[in-house]
Design a protein around this ligand. Structure first.
Ligand code: AHR
Length: 517
């Protein structure tokens, strides 16, 4: 089977913002405690930060890391997590029915983020939290000195402001599972007032409105239109979340779930276009709101007992995990990822690239231990799960300008309609004079041929192909066998019309470009 992708230098979809390769860590399970923070251990530094994790995270070269939630944030009082650790109180944490020790808080996170070279993206509590508390958090983080909250930050050990630029106005406020859940109009009103006050403290900050995520909710997209009519002048981004699950739909349908993400993103894009069209004649009618896909991943609910989504009514999702109630950082949602999951994540990454005209921030959810590419154990070992590799390669090579394709060739029949046998995205890196092609072969039985045409590019020569594959789609990495599924690199000696992709594979192909017309 073949797929032909044709590109033209002038058909540019958009530049990839460096925040497109970002991640998320929540006070949930062992994401923070045991993930980032493991004090008094030989493998941690003086701040209690795990050294192995710092290195692995640095290597990913991420744009932002979102913190502290997630569902957690809607019941979080950031003031409980600052100051001397011995004075910090233990609190009930309702999103995951655990005990929060508050030994890690905003200062710890900002310090850690500085060390790993990423920008923090902080979510404020708009569920049970007040707009005043949200503004005070901006003051604590960003005001230089001379006020109660900024001086308290200095007293707590950080003279310079953190200058946190990206702020999320709550999390999944559309959902009944969220503490302080409200209607779209109620959220719009509260978020508008929070935005005003937060920007009064620091007008340089960028704000993310909480868009709708769950397609099964009756408010899906109506929510976005309602809130954006109100929030358009105040915010810079709208968020959406998307998780893909392997739930018995068959290998091909799961592999092609990049198309579900694509449809999901197009829905948000259309809602944004609609709201923008209503602003014609207003002073901000040229303003573009971008998408912040601040949670995306494969999540197979390996640790959630849920037969029917209606069973969620009135509960937090996480009364349904394996944790006993009110444990301190229980080891929950520790998904184990297979090659099939990794190929699917690779397909989702391709879709993110192909929506680069709207997406400016995208956070793989999450980063550590919980639904995550990186797993740690309690004795100082770190494991890169299968999904780490496509994400690492996307972050490494997915920089530049995305070209818009014309696609032809053989198709496969899927739940999402007929799709090309190869899903692909191409990035032009002007600085390096390279074209980088990301490609997923969805044929699970045969090699597929990729044919590329590049109009107005001269002397395009394939140099290298990095391939993630294995005969066994269920293969995964374990602490005993950490390198079962890792990418392999081959030097290419072929032309752009003769590339081949093994069955069950995801590849990055790097081509040198001689010149462009
Ligand atoms: O990432 C896990 C949870 O998924 C987050 O807390 C929530 O925002 C989403 O539903």
């Amino acid at each position: 089977m073949n797929s032909t992708y044709t590109y033209d230098k002038n058909f540019q979809l958009g530049n990839i913002d460096n925040k497109v390769w970002s991640s998320f860590t929540e006070h949930l399970g062992r994401s923070i405690y045991g993930g980032i923070y493991d004090p008094n251990k030989s493998f941690s530094d003086n701040n209690g930060f795990r050294k192995d994790v710092k290195k692995a995270v640095k290597d990913l070269n991420l744009g932002v890391i979102r913190y502290p939630g997630g569902n957690f944030v809607s019941n979080y009082n950031w003031k409980d997590g600052i100051g001397p650790k011995e004075n910090r109180k233990k609190t009930m944490e309702f999103a995951w029915s655990s005990i929060e020790t508050n030994q890690f808080g905003i200062d710890d996170f900002c310090r850690w983020a500085e060390e790993v070279g990423v920008e923090p993206m902080i979510a404020v509590n708009l569920g049970t939290g007040s707009i005043r508390s949200a503004a005070e958090l901006v003051e604590y983080c960003n005001h230089d000195h001379g006020t109660y909250w900024s001086d308290l930050r200095i007293k707590n050990g950080h003279r310079q402001p953190y200058n946190v630029k990206y702020w999320c106005l709550g999390n999944e406020m559309e959902g009944d599972w969220q503490a302080g859940h409200m209607s779209a109009q109620q959220y719009a009103d509260k978020a508008r007032e929070a935005a005003k006050m937060m920007k009064w403290v620091d007008k340089s900050i960028k704000l993310v409105a909480c868009g709708s995520s769950y397609e099964m909710l009756p408010t899906y997209l109506e929510w976005d239109k309602t809130i954006m009519k109100e929030l358009y002048p105040y915010v810079d981004y709208i968020s959406t979340h998307n998780y893909n699950m392997n739930s018995g739909q068959g290998t091909l349908n799961f592999l092609s779930s990049w198309k579900q993400l694509d449809n999901h993103l197009k829905n948000t894009e259309n809602a944004l276009d609609f709201v923008k069209s209503l602003r014609l004649g207003k002073k901000d009618d040229k303003k573009d709101i971008k998408i912040c896909l601040d949670e995306w991943n494969v999540w197979n609910f390996q640790d959630i007992k849920l037969d029917n989504l209606n069973d969620l009514a009135g509960m937090t999702t996480f009364e349904l995990t394996s944790a006993k109630k009110w444990e301190e950082h229980p080891a929950i949602l520790q998904e184990k990822y297979s090659l099939l999951d990794a190929l699917t994540v690779g397909g989702l990454g391709i879709t993110i690239l192909n929506n680069a005209n709207y997406i400016e921030i995208a956070c793989l959810a999450q980063l550590l231990n919980v639904i995550a590419p990186i797993t740690t154990d309690e004795s100082g070992h770190l494991l890169k799960q299968t999904i780490y590799y496509p994400f690492e390669l996307l972050s490494k090579y997915g920089r530049g300008t995305v070209l818009e394709p014309r696609v032809s060739g053989d198709t496969l029949s899927t739940d999402y309609g007929d799709l090309p046998v190869i899903a692909a995205a191409t990035v032009y890196d002007k600085e390096k004079s390279q074209l980088k092609i990301f490609a997923l072969n969805m044929d699970t039985s045969n090699t597929a041929n990729l044919r590329l045409n590049f109009n107005a590019f001269d002397g395009v020569t394939p140099k290298k192909q990095i391939i993630l594959t294995d005969d066994n789609l269920k293969a995964r990495n374990t602490f005993k066998e950490p390198n079962k599924v890792v990418p392999t690199e081959i030097n290419l000696n072929t032309t752009i019309d003769k590339l081949s992709l093994p069955k069950n594979s995801w590849s990055v192909i790097i081509c040198d470009v001689n010149s462009i017309k």
